[in-house]
Design a protein. Structure first.
Length: 389
């Protein structure tokens, strides 16, 4: 009886009949989406070349054993159709589990990318922590670059995003933003850095990110310059540490601080028909360069630096909000979340026409700044004591 039971349990054990060998997979590291002909979509995938992956400095970039990745392109009526055609051009089965970057062209984003995004969150393989981006020009061009430092252009973009010095949006975060009441998403803009004079080919360079694309309900409606983006990121507490340079005094001499740490709290108010928002900011940093003739160890001179620092932070935030309220009329700062939490009843009355209410919100910015350390020296370097104030 025991032997019969043991033999019966063997039938329930799973085997390896449906396994997929790693040698049978094409590992996709990045994917780009461009507008094709007749409203079709053009998909380009960057695929890792396994035999060219090796350790050692000599194998980085295009040197050593050759390029680390290749690209393949296919066109279809939608993503699923394009991918089925793309698979016919590949000797291995496409695997999306290692895809870290999804780039949409600016032209495609103006038409809307909600249908393409639906595929990314519906398909089981694409990673929710993969980064979403918008490219200036054709997005496929960013995948065809051969970076001199990183192994692939997708790895270069991923490493830049991981530095958290600017905007970084994942598939998961974009899904949350699209479901929000404002429906606004900011995605980093990808540019191609001009190649070095020492480069052998024009493709021996890297993509980089600057500014942001503003999407409303998945459709591109405008662009935020880098300086205005910094103001939005400050309000969202998205930048952990960063550097800032500002002018001090009438001679427009500059002081640079790093690292700068900032904490922001948004306080909504409603009195009658007047909606307002108070943005409270606390920011501090350490001096890394002093181009003025001021000695930060003197309290009165340090206070002037703090005041200039405060005005710079305030100007960044106010300029970003003015642009969002007057030009784009889009709540990229997500004021809607704060009103919904504190005033749920009043929010229900305006949520359907929030785009009309948001530009009417009165905003006040309260900034407190502090400079913690003057650096390794007190007085400005290279100046005599007579020149220092």
């Amino acid at each position: 009886m025991i032997l019969t039971i043991l033999l019966g349990t063997l039938l329930l054990l799973s085997g390896c009949w449906d396994r997929t060998e790693l040698n049978d997979l094409a590992l996709v590291s990045a994917t780009s989406f461009d507008k094709g002909e007749n409203n079709k979509i053009l998909i380009t995938v960057q695929v890792i070349i396994p035999q060219n992956q090796g350790g050692g400095q000599q194998n980085i970039g295009s040197g050593g054993s050759g390029p680390k990745a290749t690209t393949r392109t296919a066109e279809g009526s939608n993503i699923a159709d394009a991918l089925s055609k793309l698979q016919r051009k590949m000797p291995r089965k496409l695997f999306w589990g290692q895809c870290k970057i999804f780039i949409f062209s600016e032209e495609l984003a103006k038409m809307g990318i909600r249908e393409e995004f639906d595929f990314l969150i519906r398909h089981p393989q694409p990673r929710e922590r993969a980064y979403m981006m918008i490219s200036k020009g054709k997005s496929a061009e960013a995948l065809e670059l051969i970076p001199p430092i990183e192994r692939t252009s997708s790895e270069a973009l991923r490493e830049i995003s991981n530095l958290h010095n600017g905007l970084h949006i994942t598939v998961e975060q974009m899904s949350i933003d699209l479901k929000g009441d404002s429906g606004v998403t900011l995605l980093p803009l990808v540019y191609i850095l001009p190649p070095s004079k020492l480069a052998d080919k024009p493709t021996q360079t890297i993509p980089y990110m600057k500014g942001a694309a503003v999407l409303k309900k998945g459709k591109l409606i405008g662009v935020l310059p880098e300086k205005l983006l910094r103001g939005i990121l400050l309000m969202a507490n998205e930048v952990g540490e960063y550097s800032v340079t500002f002018n001090v005094g009438d001679e427009q001499k500059q002081v640079s601080l790093k690292p700068v740490k900032t904490k922001v709290r948004m306080i909504p108010h409603i009195e009658g028909n007047i909606w307002s928002m108070t943005v409270k900011v606390k920011s501090e940093g350490s001096i890394i360069q002093n181009n003025t003739n001021m000695d930060p160890m003197k309290p009165e001179q340090l206070e002037k630096m703090k005041e200039a620092f405060r005005e710079d932070i305030k100007d960044r935030i106010e300029s970003a909000l003015f642009y969002m309220q007057k030009n784009l009329k889009t709540d990229a700062a997500h004021f809607s979340r704060e009103y919904q939490k504190k005033y749920p009843k009043q929010w229900e009355q305006v949520k359907d026409h929030w785009d009309e209410q948001f530009p009417k919100v009165h905003v006040s910015v309260d900034v407190k700044t502090d400079i913690k350390k003057p650096g390794l020296i007190n007085a400005p370097g290279g100046m005599s004591l007579e020149e220092v104030e």
